[in-house]
Design a protein around this ligand. Structure first.
Ligand code: NAD
Ligand code: MN
Length: 812
């Protein structure tokens, strides 16, 4: 055949990447040991597992199967390395991270081949996407190691981190976990996925090569039941960072509940790909290819639900089918292949099962006319049309090259369909009308929103989910806090119940207020606590109204033997009503920050008018001196001012990732937030939690301290006179433990803060898994609410928000 003939026919010819160097490397090391203390160690069990190439079913090598004894040894290594590593100057850590990045680039070729062999993904992707992003992640975090001391002052590393990663981006997920952990001074034990351990083992060799201190990075291969479980339960592991399925994430939340381990979960998705009728359809077609056929659709943020405006749907489907006909499925090492192999036979069966179910449920299936290679695990690109939004293929994460298409008529309907999912990882919006695209972006509940683009990633732009896609971010400055603790936490060991009884020293010493704080007698009528109180039973506060509790019962409030009054005994039904009211008030988040700030100032103004009264109430409930009580009121006023100030200052940033365009990182309200208040500081504890929550646009259901709820219920009148919209703050008094459990289990509560007992903290974390809500609990430990470092600031604002990254490329 002549070259001219080839040009005429454009016949396909394979263009294989050479596997020999990677295979030789595997052979040399076989069988692979466990990487502990920078050494290769034999597994205690003597067992090994095979790692397979899904493109042809061949065994690539054998890797150690660790048991709990091995995991304990790895944790001990990380534990011993922690002290010196955390004290290593940031500049030195930066040099190590920089060296990792450089060496990843030096070994880029073998890493790309290993990844393609082991996972089945195409060499085009591993070479051009996975490995460059891995290097970029280490470079970026070398920078944060360098800057930590000044830019993250007041924070400390967490300790030993247990990291568990999936098989779909083996080395990239490793980088997302290890780079920030090391940059912030932590040490790690990482478990690669069962199907894809090889690139992590090559990385271990790079760790040795650059001379990272032993024990800082430990890599333990093996089965989930042995390695994963041991890591989750190990007392010396201070944090678990997990990427994987929502199902396993849920189990991990339960296992670690109450342990005090920090947790970040990057889970599944069913992301919408929204196409408006003014979109550039040829770009859309290439976008869809990148959204759902990238990495065989085994992508957590894959655009797996195509939502098309009705009037262009048929035209788009036709273009898509034509493009699908030209896609090439085959050997991962062939540089001319678009879609590689599915990671395992088991995953292939699962995809097949879900596709059959889709057909059985009445959706229309379309696949290209050509057939996949018969050897290896392959699945053709697949398009479902005529899909009902409730169909299982529209709801369940298929994790394969399967696209389900639905239509909408109006932008509002598009948003509704987009959000009709339990997940919230990502979304793509396609329209040539920037006004429309930027109007839709904030309305879609997802951590990443790509406008006229899809599946873009960069270390500077955090990635992570809303809802059942998990919590926590990887990348960006926001991702660093997953590997940090406020420095003051290390010192505090007291429990909440201890502090309630102790008297505190007012630390509020603003000069202008000094005159107010003296221990003189109460002016005029000193409160005589022996007199019977005038009967006044505050009700609950729901949807801006004082309402009777459903139970019809009330609970006494007393201090030192004196009954001070009664409060309503709220129950499940009251919580449900409060949650409904909070949802109805969601417009609060969309209003201007200026407006929210005004209302916080107004609350302070109206509270200050009644300073004496609130101080007296604190004295009654706690037996503190007048000066202490006044100081608490003063600090509460100051706190309202702080959050009024923050409302329009806790803003996002504009990233400049390496593309022509920008990423807007916006902190958004989480939504409906439950808050269970601490016993200490009846007013200040309540205000310190309420203020940041509503400042950031959340609507709330607050359970005051059962011991001293009257400071919160006294606020009803303050709320009513401060223009606070109905439903933004709802208050349900009663048994904090029972009510917070109801909040934790509630599917329509998006996050829960709990400041109470050790057992209560565990209960809340355990019960939160129905919708994988974000929780923030104190594990029974105290916080000095009077102290500005502990009692207010960005920690609270971060807990009240989640970052959405909106990618906006530009240029014609
Ligand atoms: P998986 O949840 O089955 O496994 C993930 C990891 O957890 C593996 O290393 C596995 O061995 C381990 N594991 C499994 N059971 C465990 C247990 N009981 N205790 C401790 N560890 C356990 O997920 P997968 O099939 O490997 O990956 C696919 C899933 O990952 C998809 O749902 C996908 O959406 C999700 N994912 C999410 C992201 C993200 O950033 N959000 C990224 C990639 C993949
Ligand atoms: Mn494999």
């Amino acid at each position: 055949m002549k070259v001219m003939d080839i040009f005429a026919t454009m016949e396909y010819g394979p263009a294989p990447e050479a596997a020999a160097p990677a295979l030789a490397w595997l052979k040399e090391h076989q069988p692979f040991g466990l990487f502990i203390n920078n050494q290769w160690q034999k597994p205690a069990s003597g067992h090994y597992l095979e790692s397979i190439s899904p493109a042809n079913g061949q065994v690539l090598t054998r890797v150690a199967s660790a048991n709990s004894e091995d995991v304990n040894a790895a944790v001990a290594a990380a534990h011993n390395a922690f002290e010196p590593w955390s004290k290593t100057p940031g500049h030195v850590r930066a040099r190590y991270l920089y060296a990792l990045a450089r060496h990843i680039q030096k070994h880029a070729r073998i890493l790309a081949v290993l990844e393609a062999l082991d996972n089945g993904k195409t060499i085009r992707e591993t070479r051009d996407i996975d490995i460059p992003l891995v290097a970029r992640h280490f470079y970026y975090h070398a920078g944060w190691a360098q800057l930590m001391e000044t830019e993250l002052a007041g924070y400390q590393p967490v300790g030993v981190i247990g990291q568990i990663i999936p098989w779909n981006f083996p080395l990239l997920m490793l980088a997302w976990k290890i780079a920030p952990a090391l940059a912030m001074g932590n040490t790690v034990v990482l478990k690669p996925a069962r199907y894809t351990p090889l690139s992590a083992l090559k990385f271990a060799e790079i760790v040795q090569e650059i001379g990272l201190p032993p024990g800082v990075v430990n890599i333990v291969t093996g089965e989930a039941g042995q390695v994963g479980e041991t890591l989750l339960k190990h007392p010396d592991v201070q944090k678990i960072a997990f990427t994987g399925s929502t199902e396993v994430g849920r189990a991990i939340r339960r296992t670690t509940a109450g342990s005090g381990k920090k947790l970040s979960l990057e889970l599944g998705g069913k992301s919408p790909f929204i196409v408006f009728d003014d979109a550039d359809l040829d770009s859309v077609v290439e976008g869809v290819v990148d959204a759902i056929w990238f990495n065989q659709g085994q992508v957590c943020c894959a655009g797996s639900r195509l939502l098309v405006q009705e009037n262009i749907a048929d035209r788009l489907y036709q273009k898509l089918r034509a493009r699908m006909e030209k896609l090439r499925v085959g050997d991962s090492l062939d540089k001319a292949v678009d879609i590689g192999a599915i990671v395992s036979e088991q995953q292939l069966q699962e995809i097949t099962r879900l596709v059959e179910q889709g057909v059985a449920e009445g959706a229309q299936l379309w696949q290209p006319s050509w057939s996949c290679p018969s050897e290896g695990s392959f699945f053709p690109p697949t398009l479902f049309t005529n899909v009902s939004p409730a169909a299982s293929i529209a709801q369940v994460e298929i994790f394969g090259p399967v696209l389900v298409a639905m239509t909408f008529r109006t932008p509002a309907e598009a948003v509704e369909l987009a959000n009709n999912t339990r997940y919230g990882l990502a979304a793509s919006i396609w329209s040539e009308n920037i006004n429309l695209a930027l109007d839709i972006a904030p309305k879609v509940k997802a951590g990443s929103v790509w406008i006229n683009c899809t599946n873009l990633f960069d270390a500077s732009s955090g990635f992570g989910g809303y809802r059942e896609s998990g919590f926590g971010r990887e990348g960006g400055k926001e991702g660093l806090y997953e590997y940090l603790r406020p420095a003051w936490e290390h010192a505090v060991q007291d429990t909440e119940s201890q502090i309630v009884q102790s008297t505190f020293q007012p630390s509020f010493q603003e000069p202008a207020l000094e005159g107010l704080i003296d221990d003189a007698e109460w002016p005029g009528d000193s409160p005589d606590l022996t007199l019977p109180a005038i009967d006044r039973t505050p009700k609950l506060f729901i949807a801006g109204k004082q309402v009777r509790p459903d139970s019809g019962y009330s609970l006494p409030v007393s201090h030192a033997g004196h009954v001070l009054g009664e409060v309503g005994e709220g129950n499940r039904k009251d919580i449900r009503n409060a949650v409904e009211a909070a949802h109805k008030a969601s417009a609060w988040a969309n209003g201007s920050a200026h407006n929210r700030a005004q209302i916080l100032y107004y609350l302070a103004e109206n509270l200050s008018v009644r300073e004496e009264e609130f101080a007296r109430r604190i004295v009654q409930q706690t037996g503190q001196t007048r000066a202490q009580a006044l100081a608490e009121v003063q600090t509460s006023l100051s706190r309202l001012f702080s959050y009024a100030a923050w409302t329009d200052k806790f803003e996002g940033v504009v990233h400049r990732p390496p593309l022509r365009g920008v990423t807007l990182a916006l902190p958004e309200a989480i939504g409906v937030l439950g808050i269970a208040c601490p016993d200490a500081y009846p007013l200040l504890g309540f205000i310190s939690l309420l203020a940041p929550a509503i400042a950031m646009g959340n609507t709330t259901i607050i359970v005051p301290s059962p011991r001293s709820p009257l400071s919160a219920t006294d606020c009803y009148q303050v709320f009513e006179t401060s223009d606070l919209p109905a439903g933004v703050v709802n208050i349900v008094t009663g048994n904090r433990e029972q009510l917070s459990q109801v909040l934790a289990e509630h599917e329509d509560v998006d996050a829960l803060w709990y400041f109470g007992t050790t057992e209560g903290s565990q209960r809340v974390e355990f019960a939160s898994t129905a919708n994988m809500k974000r929780t923030w609990v104190n594990y029974g430990r105290v916080r000095n609410w009077q102290d500005r470092v502990q009692g207010e600031g960005q920690e609270f604002l971060r807990q009240a928000t989640q970052v959405k990254n909106i990618w906006i490329p530009y240029g014609e």
